[in-house]
Design a protein around this ligand. Structure first.
Ligand SMILES: NC(=O)c1ccc[n+]([C@@H]2O[C@H](COP(=O)([O-])OP(=O)(O)OC[C@H]3O[C@@H](n4cnc5c(N)ncnc54)[C@H](O)[C@@H]3O)[C@@H](O)[C@H]2O)c1
Ligand SMILES: *[C@@H]1O[C@H](CO)[C@@H](O)[C@H](O)[C@H]1NC(C)=O
Ligand SMILES: *[C@@H]1O[C@H](CO)[C@@H](O)[C@H](O)[C@H]1NC(C)=O
Ligand SMILES: *[C@@H]1O[C@H](CO)[C@@H](O)[C@H](O)[C@H]1NC(C)=O
Ligand SMILES: *[C@@H]1O[C@H](CO)[C@@H](O)[C@H](O)[C@H]1NC(C)=O
Length: 633
């Protein structure tokens, strides 16, 4: 008894065999499409087929007028007892005329009566449609799709090919199958080339997809298992073609979700994957990795992507910041990124525009983009959170009213981070009042340690470096160790007392002695840095955005990757009472970072001039803390 059933999506079909197959032949029977191998093509026939003079089918010794398809089962081990019980030269006749293209899996199952069934999961199309002009059941000239591969019973009825499975279950019952398929979204050529990966869950017979997006197409997928015990644990690799080749690495378990892409690597220009991968067994692709520079790609792929949240992403800082992150300015040039962008409902359309531009920029490091107005979705599993979103002060609003708006925003976002963020999350608050927002955030995200919540004063720090380099007419890289003390406001204290300049012969000299102008350092230098934000607004009619975005990248980069030896930076951090500043406020200090942890630089000498300025800005923050807490109720 032989039956062919189409429980299977795409053109994958299952061949069910009954008592035709001797029981106990499980290891010995393999399904194969050997009679259709390329070396059986006759050369002239193939040339005429390729040139379109004759259909390719005529080049093969298959009779297209038959109503059944022969499927040959060959014994793998000749000596096996069961191998003798069957005449292997006699093919099974599948009760339909199908051309088997690629086999994803074949295995034997026993029914309750002990009969064997052999299931073959393969892509197939009808004989008359299989030639080079009608590849994959699609006729390029007429734009018609082979009707025989359209199967309405299936969960997935779009043309597909190159089925692959989790290789550990090859020859056994598999839970899922993956294949290249077409979204059908292109007006011209809707069916081929393929532009999506489909995953079919065989128990639920449901399909989920990952799409390469508009104007891109993909080659064959392969499944690379991680080598763990867990089924479906690994990567789907697929080459995506556009004006360049990208190797896209998908998490098979996340296909159908927004975060399916694990990494995307630009294939070096001198390499090409003409058809992607053409192999479905492990030996085969091991071979290709050993033999080809794909191995190199594997090394650089070793990093898991980092999820970075940017709130207020549709705003002007957000617009400058997200491309910097996607280019590696925040976490390094080899760190894949998944960007989470949050904004509020009125900005949803603009946010989508930013998302579209990120797609258009085709950043090699950018695995995926989540653009949402839902704070829960935005915070899900993020490793870094940059909080830029804030409520703008409107004409005539009381300070307390604005504060209470800001407090409620940070309260809500803190709760979402508390519940959703990854356990190693680091938070940077940019939105003003940055210090106090960070404090509120800390209050409502009690499980995120206070050490992991900081605010941005790096912009002020960089501004101070910039002023000194302009004054001394030297490159900014030759100045270091300025300090911003206190609040990110005009009461901040930019301190050049410990700053140094590296001279041409590599010597480090105190900025004070090199500048040799006490008056400038104690007045104009300080006020210029303090008022720089206002000066930018006056000039640009908009507040600073690119410098703020760049500073946010510097802040996170140094925090995560460490400050260079002998260099400190300024960060708004939780005060532990260092330098006589009241503990429990978020205050900008000089810090060094190592292994993802910041520490306040200790033991710097503080003169009376500095003391007074450091205390004044602290006093402001203490007051603001009181105001903020009064808004909490
Ligand atoms: N710490 C610093 O050094 C520094 C420097 C510059 C600006 N800032 C501050 O950064 C913030 C952003 O500046 P900008 O120029 O990008 O402002 P912007 O107005 O252009 O953008 C703010 C964005 O936040 C969004 N937003 C408002 N409420 C939100 C919420 N509850 N959740 C998510 N998003 C929300 C807005 O829709 C807007 O898109 C401001 O508070 C600004 O004062 C800080
Ligand atoms: C198939 O879907 C079911 C129901 O959603 C789910 O429980 C199962 O884990 C899925 N299998 C795989 C391998 O994804
Ligand atoms: C609240 O946030 C806005 C925008 O982030 C800021 O301009 C305003 O100064 C903040 N309110 C207070 C009271 O600081
Ligand atoms: C805080 O940051 C440190 C350093 O990166 C990290 O190891 C730790 O997991 C973080 N903790 C939380 C709860 O975010
Ligand atoms: C502290 O700095 C922030 C950011 O500039 C500002 O909004 C806030 O008003 C300052 N606090 C006080 C009490 O002035």
């Amino acid at each position: 008894m032989l039956s062919l059933s189409f429980f299977f999506p795409l053109k994958l079909e299952t061949v069910l065999l009954g008592d035709d197959i001797p029981p106990s032949s499980s290891q010995s029977a393999v399904a194969t499409s050997i009679p259709f191998r390329n070396d059986l093509l006759d050369v002239i026939g193939s040339i005429t087929a390729v040139s379109g003079l004759s259909p390719m089918i005529s080049a093969l010794s298959v009779n297209p007028s038959k109503s059944t398809s022969p499927i040959y089962l060959l014994p793998r081990f000749q000596a096996h007892k069961s191998a003798t019980q069957r005449n292997w030269r006699v093919p099974l006749e599948a009760p339909s005329q199908k051309w088997l293209l690629h086999v994803g899996n074949a295995f034997e199952v026993k029914d309750v009566d002990g009969n064997s069934e052999i299931k073959i999961q393969a892509c197939a199309c009808s004989y008359q449609w299989f030639n080079f002009q009608k590849l994959f059941g699609y006729n390029w000239q007429s734009g018609q799709l082979d009707p025989s591969i359209m199967n309405r019973l299936n969960a997935w009825n779009k043309p597909s090919d190159f089925p692959v499975i989790y290789p550990e279950v090859s020859g056994k019952k598999n839970a899922c199958i993956y294949a290249s398929t077409s979204s059908g979204s292109r007006q011209a050529l809707p069916h081929f080339p393929f532009d999506m990966v489909v995953k079919i869950n065989l128990s639920t017979k449901t399909a989920s997809t990952w799409s390469a997006g508009a104007r891109r197409f993909i080659g064959e997928p392969i499944f690379v298992p991680k080598g763990t015990e867990e089924e479906e644990d690994g990567y789907i690799l697929v080459v995506e073609f556009q004006y360049r080749d990208d190797l896209v690495i998908l998490n098979p378990k996340r296909i159908g979700e927004t975060d399916a892409v694990v990494a995307r690597l630009e294939v070096p220009k001198h390499l090409i994957f003409p058809l992607g991968f053409h192999a479905s067994d492990r030996q085969h692709y091991q071979y290709s990795f050993n033999e080809s520079p794909a191995e190199l790609l594997f090394d650089s792929m070793a990093k898991d992507p980092v999820r970075v949240l940017v709130t207020g992403a549709a705003g002007q800082i957000g617009y400058a910041l997200v491309p910097m992150i996607a280019r590696g300015a925040m976490l390094g040039p080899d760190q894949p990124i998944i960007l989470h962008m949050l904004d509020i409902e009125p900005a949803a359309e603009a946010l989508n525009g930013v998302r579209m531009e990120l797609v258009d920029a085709a950043f090699p490091l950018l695995g995926d983009v989540v653009a949402t107005t839902d704070v829960t979705v935005a915070c899900k599993s993020v490793n870094v959170a940059v909080m830029v979103g804030g409520f703008p002060r409107k004409e005539g609003m009381e300070r307390k009213d604005v504060m209470s708006k800001n407090v409620s925003i940070y309260k809500a976002q803190a709760s979402a981070l508390e519940k959703q963020a990854a356990p190693d999350c680091k938070v940077l608050v940019v939105a003003n009042p940055a210090n106090t927002n960070a404090l509120i955030l800390k209050e409502f995200a009690p499980s995120i340690p206070e050490k992991n919540i900081t605010c941005l004063t790096r912009l002020d720090h960089n501004r101070a470096l910039g002023q000194l380099s302009e004054r001394l007419k030297i490159h900014v890289g030759e100045v270091k160790n300025v300090i911003i003390w206190g609040n990110h406001s005009s009461t901040q204290y930019p301190d050049a007392n410990h700053a140094t300049v590296t001279t041409a012969n590599g010597e480090e000299k105190p900025v004070r002695s090199v500048v040799a102008d006490e008056n400038w350092l104690n007045t104009e230098f300080i006020t210029t840095v303090q008022q720089r934000g206002a000066a930018i607004i006056k000039a640009r009619k908009l507040s600073s955005a690119l410098s703020a975005a760049s500073a946010a990248c510097d802040h996170i980069r140094d925090w995560v990757l460490g400050t260079p030896k002998g260099t400190w930076v300024s960060m708004g951090v939780h005060s532990d009472g260092s330098y006589g500043i009241q503990a429990g406020i978020i205050y900008s200090y000089p810090v060094t970072c190592d292994k993802g942890q910041w520490s306040i630089v200790q033991g710097l000498k503080v003169d009376d001039f500095s003391r007074e300025k450091m205390d004044a800005t602290a006093k402001e923050l203490v007051e603001e803390k009181t105001l903020a807490y009064s808004c909490l109720n």
